[in-house]
Design a protein around this ligand. Structure first.
Ligand SMILES: Nc1ncnc2c1ncn2[C@@H]1O[C@H](COP(=O)(O)OP(=O)(O)OP(=O)(O)O)[C@@H](O)[C@H]1O
Ligand SMILES: [Mg+2]
Length: 279
């Protein structure tokens, strides 16, 4: 069972879109998938067509009331695709858990009972590095970081990498960034190409070959409560997420080549001349 957290504390970097659509394609390809919506905004839950308050149980119950995942998850419209939903109460979990010993490992313990129940568990994290994201970081071995190809894309990534390093040293020695996904890519824009070069310079072979292009159909699908598979199966968004899912199943080049090279510095990434060209 592969457990992957999709993390970037920068808001709007494509985490939810990636979790929902990769999850959908993995399940279409016959994999059994659990999506965990760990964001109080409940966007993954809504994207999959649910009204969060209609669902009896959610990941909140798993974290705060010690309810099992099995009892709390629901099937989705897609065969093989299951959801552990979120709801707004999750926003107060941080405060409610403040006196709970081991509050950052609750999700990890809950998942232990599901060692081989799924092929993939994908966790959609909120855009912050609080207790919810910490629960994801202790529960998984792998992290995917979606990075939007835009001017401020790399801001805050140094902080994220530092946090992952601390978690590795103190709680979860196995954790590593195993994939970086470029999202909302528009190859006509210089800034997109420059951000991509910078990201590849830092994360090297961990960057997936498949880039997710900017595609309006991906932005429209959530309001119809559909994945891109049913909403616009021939769109660029569908093609890109399908290719990405295949790359994940194959274990892309980024996983095969483990040679460590000295990464380039991420800070001030956007000052690499992006504006000097004046185009
Ligand atoms: N490839 C894309 N092309 C066009 N729009 C996109 C694409 N990917 C995501 N979007 C849109 O961009 C917005 C942000 O995407 P998304 O919600 O997936 O980001 P997020 O990282 O989950 O955000 P948050 O940090 O708020 O949870 C959404 O409106 C989404 O529909
Ligand atoms: Mg989101």
């Amino acid at each position: 069972m592969k457990k992957i957290a999709i993390i970037n504390q920068k808001g709007g970097s494509g985490k939810t879109t990636t979790v929902v659509n990769i999850g959908a394609y993995l399940s279409l390809f016959g994999k059994k998938v659990l999506l965990i919506d760990l964001d109080p905004q409940a966007h993954t839950t809504i994207h999959l067509g649910f009204n969060p308050s209609d669902l009896k149980k959610s990941v909140y119950d798993v974290l705060v009331n010690e309810t099992s995942i099995e009892e709390s998850m629901v099937p989705t419209k897609m065969k093989n695709l299951f959801l552990l939903s979120s709801r707004i109460e999750l926003a107060s979990a941080e405060i409610e858990l403040v006196n709970t010993i081991g509050r950052e490992i609750i999700l990890r313990d809950a998942l232990k009972k599901h060692k081989n129940s799924f092929d993939y568990v994908l966790i959609d994290c909120p855009p912050s590095l609080g207790i919810l994201t910490l629960n994801a970081l202790t529960a998984v071995k792998e992290i995917f970081i979606p990075i939007q190809a835009e001017f401020f894309a790399l801001e805050g990534l140094t902080k994220l990498i530092q946090t992952i390093k601390i978690i590795r040293e103190r709680i979860n020695p196995e954790i590593e960034v195993s994939g970086v996904i470029i999202t909302m890519y528009d190859q006509r824009k210089n800034i997109c190409r420059e951000v991509m070069q910078k990201v590849k310079g830092h994360f090297k072979d961990k960057v997936f070959n498949t880039k997710i292009r900017e595609n309006v159909r991906l932005a429209e699908a959530p309001s119809f409560g559909q994945t891109i598979i049913t909403f616009a199966p021939n769109s660029h968004g569908a093609i890109d997420y399908r290719e990405l899912a295949k790359e994940i199943i194959k274990g892309g080049d980024h996983e095969k080549n483990r040679i460590r090279q000295r990464p380039v510095k991420l800070d001030n990434a956007h000052s690499s001349g992006s504006r000097k060209k004046g185009k």
